[in-house]
Design a protein around this ligand. Structure first.
Ligand SMILES: Cc1cc2nc3c(=O)[nH]c(=O)nc-3n(C[C@H](O)[C@H](O)[C@H](O)COP(=O)(O)OP(=O)(O)OC[C@H]3O[C@@H](n4cnc5c(N)ncnc54)[C@H](O)[C@@H]3O)c2cc1C
Length: 454
């Protein structure tokens, strides 16, 4: 927008059926709710500055060139996106508009695909990528907000469709999902700077404390930019261990976007090709137990229920739950990836795919396949009092901390006092940890050996 401020400006948002057809929108209800709220915020912000957001329904590849002709626009500016559908769409619009079409950066801190190793290859190791990023990329100050925008010329006509509501798209509004919009993003940022940023390094893994920034959906939708967040942390925290730990996460975000830019095929294929044809299993009952949070592993169950309940899962819980699905239950990471994409408000192709491939052990700089999280000890370590579990698995709310992550091991008297009846109001583990770990290691070792010989 800043790039186009000279002359007349017509802010346009296209409701492309690729996302906004009700059947498509219902496939990601929380993100759609967040997006609609963000759009309403944008509409109000533009009106305050003297402009007007035009909302038009139709395929962007048709609508944009048609309106450019009708309005005799001499430039079209938009933000570039990493996601493969968007890249194809933007290419088609560029073909139709030629030099009039300008994509600008902003989704990431540096344009994806620009950092290259000595051999002119994309980095495949995060620490190398991050080192080179810090040494070479200069992150400039975010531009200040415009004070006023030129009014949309009176002769501009379009069949304006207005921002749909969740109900019009057939989505039941979920009050527990974060509010969308720039004001909400700024409020989250300020809250994190006041309460969370200064203890981030020590507390970021604690699922019970929930002291991370919760800016992921804002970064995904651009209601705050990575540059704004980077600069705000730097100026509030300087070069403390907490600032470095937090900025490192923004660099993980950067790394995943760059990786998907260079390797769009990752949305279909594992990064480590040796994992192709991996003998995943599928068991409908176990899948449903994982989805609904009834595996008998309280920390895994809390993660699943948090996802459905509020469209968010703490990062440590995502890692444990994803590892459990892929390794304990031997289920294809792509099933979990698609389920998370459906319900996460921050669901992002690059980050979600990287997170799932990392957890399965087949991704770019992934967790080694032979490291299998023990969900019980992970829970004990990162939810020591069990408060995260108590919040999301209320049937265990009265269990003492000592047994809350392993209720099947609790003495009968403890279960009785907590009102827990195993296999009646809370299940025993659907698979034993030791058996599951050994099974995964044996299956993976055998598969990878065969792949290496082929
Ligand atoms: C299986 C799995 C799936 C994931 N899917 C997504 C997803 O769809 N969208 C998404 O934004 N993140 C995803 N992540 C990464 C991470 O879990 C979330 O970014 C984080 O939990 C968001 O909470 P926050 O904003 O409070 O994070 P903070 O700890 O405050 O971190 C600040 C920002 O850094 C970025 N970030 C943090 N951790 C990571 C990471 N491991 N990889 C990449 N970027 C990171 C996010 O943009 C985040 O908002 C996934 C991780 C896993 C293990």
């Amino acid at each position: 927008m800043q790039a186009a401020l000279a002359g007349e400006v017509i802010p346009l948002f296209v409701l492309d059926p690729y996302f906004f057809a009700p059947a498509r929108a219902r496939a990601f209800p929380h993100r759609m709710q967040f997006l609609l709220e963000s759009l309403r915020g944008l509409e109000a912000a533009l009106a305050k500055l003297g402009s007007r957001l035009l909302i038009v329904e139709g395929k962007s590849v048709e609508v944009v060139p048609r309106l450019v002709r009708e309005w005799k626009a001499d430039r079209v500016v938009a933000q570039r996106w990493v996601e493969p559908f968007a890249r194809k769409r933007d290419l088609r619009i560029a073909q139709a508009l030629g030099a009039k079409f300008e994509l600008f950066e902003g989704e990431t801190l540096a344009p994806p695909g620009t950092l290259r190793s000595g051999a002119d290859r994309p980095y495949a190791v995060f620490s190398q990528f991050a080192r080179v990023f810090r040494a070479t990329v200069k992150i400039g100050k975010p531009l200040s907000r415009p004070r006023r925008l030129p009014a949309v010329p009176g002769d501009i006509r379009a069949r304006e469709d207005g921002i749909p509501t969740c109900e019009q798209l057939g989505i039941a509004r979920n009050a527990a999902v974060l509010s969308g919009g720039e004001d909400a993003a700024m409020a989250r940022m300020e809250h994190f700077l006041r309460d969370g940023a200064a203890a981030y390094a020590e507390q970021r893994d604690r699922m019970d404390l929930a002291k991370t920034s919760r800016l992921s959906a804002d970064l995904k939708f651009g209601t705050i930019s990575a540059r704004q967040v980077w600069k705000a942390i730097e100026s509030a925290q300087g070069n403390t261990a907490c600032a470095r730990a937090f900025l490192n996460e923004l660099l993980w975000r950067e790394f995943t976007h760059s990786t998907l830019w260079d390797r769009p095929e990752l949305l279909e294929k594992p990064f480590r090709l040796a994992f192709t044809g991996f003998p995943w299993l599928y068991d409908e009952g176990q899948w449903q137990a994982w989805v609904t949070g009834k595996t008998g592993y309280p920390i895994v169950d809390a993660a699943s229920r948090q996802l459905l309940g509020e469209g968010f899962v703490h990062n440590r819980a995502r890692m444990i739950a994803a590892s459990f699905l892929c390794k304990h239950l031997l289920m294809d990471y792509r099933r979990g990836e698609a389920h998370y994409m459906k319900y996460l408000t921050d669901g992002d192709w690059a980050q979600n795919n990287a997170g799932w491939q990392w957890s399965a052990g087949c991704g770019c700089d992934a967790q080694p396949y032979f490291r299998v999280f023990n969900p019980t000890t992970q829970g004990e370590k990162f939810d020591p009092e069990g408060d995260y579990v108590r919040r999301w698995v209320p049937e265990l709310a009265r269990m003492p901390a000592r047994y809350i992550h392993d209720p099947a091991e609790a003495p009968q008297a403890v279960l009785q006092a907590a009102g827990v009846v195993l296999d009646q109001n809370y299940p025993r583990p659907i698979v034993a940890h030791r058996f599951a770990r050994e099974r995964f290691l044996a299956v993976a070792a055998q598969h990878l050996k065969r792949a290496a010989r082929a």
